[in-house]
Design a protein around this ligand. Structure first.
Ligand code: NAI
Length: 507
């Protein structure tokens, strides 16, 4: 039985900024009378005008009947003070991101609303437990974390603090469902789910950039065209704004007592210091000023098709290569699996990265002509692949390996010989963090995958992706990264280790 609030329950939203207005729109569309309050005179009324215009637009596009749009708009009311929220069944706070200011507001609210009224905060980074500490009845407080823009983004994190009553979290979950959202439960820990796990998407790319692995445009292109991410990490950081992104990174890092997993990058610090905040300031990693053009990814020019191509085993990558070569009328032979060799082309051996550098791999496997390939979300569909070439590899062999991939229809970006290339290390670190969130009871495995797909549009949940790669392989990659860097940052999540030994995965 659903515990959702009934449609006649009054929903109050405090803060009529970007988020508050969006949340008010969602609640009004969900059928509730909505009271909107902002301490900036006129802000609530102005936001309501904007929401009504949105409803009208939706009606004009046929997404809503004219009557429904009119009715939803009429359910919104601007109010001037906290006392006006006396009849609310739920108050969602979306004011300035400051603990003291939020605590003061919730304390005032406690005296204004009925005992049964649920209090929720849309905070993206402040502990729900800490906000609740100021309240006489912290059981009724939870996080209700929408994503921007709230009317369009499906995900809502329902965040329970230490004192939050399970019933309150259930009511919020069911109410978000009734509003057409996809809620997930999360425990109040730094960054909740999305802002915690997503750190790795930026952190690994920044690491690779710091180490000169490739330029931003190339790394972005690999993440999009090979990893299937909608936006590359650098263009995404430029869009979010480095001030905002760096502040979130810092806050999560500090909140985890400086855990090196979340260590911010000096590059971010520099961009913020320089005022290069991204798109909004005209310059970030990229130049957005008039007349500036976006740099192209570095792509190896077309090379000759190698004469002797052998594909080994029946892995998804080998099968995809076979299919692509066939489609392009390139001849090859197939052989039984041979260790982790994916293919040979002339004298080159191609392997998928396992977190070692190509140079180390060449030594360990006594195969000087080693070329490593990055992870692709789907080797059958990827349009670009990153490769790295061992220092010992001769030019003819490197050209044969790259020629094979080009013959299979990939644009090839050759990165410097950094460990784990870009997509593999990013995905394994996303999965590592997602696994720790599950292991630490923040949420369950399904929730973290849903959250990352819907909150930041990842093409696949990190744990489902890790299952697909194989947890043993994920663990090997992380182990090799840890060996190379000697840093606690790359420690393997205990739950991944457990699953590898138990021959289980996250499904
Ligand atoms: P905003 O700056 O656009 O809007 C905040 C509004 O709250 C302003 O209109 C301001 O006048 C009003 N306000 C400030 N103090 C108030 C008070 N004591 N009483 C009544 N009104 C007050 O901010 P935004 O972006 O809408 O963020 C609001 C909250 O949502 C913050 O906690 C933020 O961390 C969180 N959030 C923001 C997201 C985003 O992408 N902008 C995403 C998810 C959460």
């Amino acid at each position: 039985m659903t515990q959702a609030l009934s449609q006649n329950a009054v929903v109050a939203v405090i803060g009529a900024g970007a988020m508050g207005a969006g949340i008010a729109q969602v609640a009004a569309a969900g059928g509730h009378p909505v009271k909107l309050l902002d301490n900036r005179p006129g802000a609530a009324a102005q936001a309501i005008e904007g929401i009504r215009a949105q409803f009208e637009k939706m009606a004009a596009r046929g997404k809503l009947s004219a009557e429904a749009a009119q009715a939803a708009g009429a359910r919104l009311q601007a109010v001037g003070q906290v006392a006006d929220l006396f009849d609310a069944a739920l108050v969602v706070e979306a004011i300035v991101e400051n603990l003291q200011v939020k605590q003061t507001l919730f304390k005032e609210l406690e005296t204004a609303v009925s005992e049964g009224c649920i209090l929720a905060s849309n905070t993206s980074s402040i502990s729900i437990t800490a906000i609740g500490a100021a309240l006489g009845n912290p059981q009724r407080l939870a996080g209700l974390h929408f994503f921007n823009p709230a009317p369009l983004m499906a995900l809502v994190e329902v965040v329970s603090g230490l004192a939050t009553a399970p019933d309150v979290a259930s009511t919020l979950y069911d109410t978000a469902l009734a509003w057409g959202k996809t809620p997930v439960h999360a425990k109040s820990t730094p960054g909740f789910i999305v802002n915690r796990v997503a750190r790795s998407y930026y952190a690994e790319a920044l690491r690779v950039l710091t180490e000169g692995g490739a330029d931003c445009a190339t790394l972005d292109a690999c993440c999009r065209e090979s990893g299937g991410f909608r936006m590359g990490p650098f263009e995404l950081m430029d869009m979010i704004g480095h001030d905002v992104n760096f502040a979130v990174t810092n806050s999560v890092w500090r909140a985890f007592f400086n855990d090196p997993r979340f260590l911010p990058s000096l590059i971010q610090q520099d961009l913020v210091d320089a005022g290069f905040l991204g798109k909004k300031s005209g310059r970030g990693f990229y130049d957005y000023q008039d007349g500036a053009s976006k740099p192209l990814p570095t792509t190896v020019p077309a090379l000759a098709r190698p004469h002797e191509i052998v594909l080994y085993g029946q892995s998804a990558a080998a099968q995809a290569l076979a299919m692509r070569l066939q489609a392009n009328n390139v001849s090859f032979t197939q052989a039984h699996a041979l260790g982790d060799t994916l293919a040979t082309a002339g004298s080159a051996t191609l392997r998928i990265t396992d977190g070692r550098t190509a140079t180390r791999c060449a030594v360990d496997t006594q195969t000087p002509n080693t070329v490593l390939i990055d992870l692709a979300l789907d080797y059958a569909k990827a349009t670009r692949l990153a490769v790295s070439v061992a220092a010992q590899c001769d030019d003819a062999a490197a050209n044969s390996a790259i020629g094979l991939l080009q013959a299979a229809g990939f644009a090839v970006s050759q990165l410097q010989d950094i460990p784990g290339l870009i997509v593999m290390r990013t995905v394994t670190m996303l999965a590592n963090e997602a696994s720790d969130a599950v292991n630490q009871g923040v949420c369950d495995a399904a929730a973290v995958d849903t959250a990352m797909r819907l909150g930041v549009n990842y093409p696949c949940g990190p744990l489902a992706w890790a299952n697909h790669v194989g947890l043993a392989q994920v663990s090997t990659v992380l182990g090799h990264l840890a060996q190379t860097y000697g840093e606690d940052r790359y420690r393997t999540s205990p739950l991944i280790q457990h699953h590898v030994f138990a021959a289980k995965d996250f499904s």
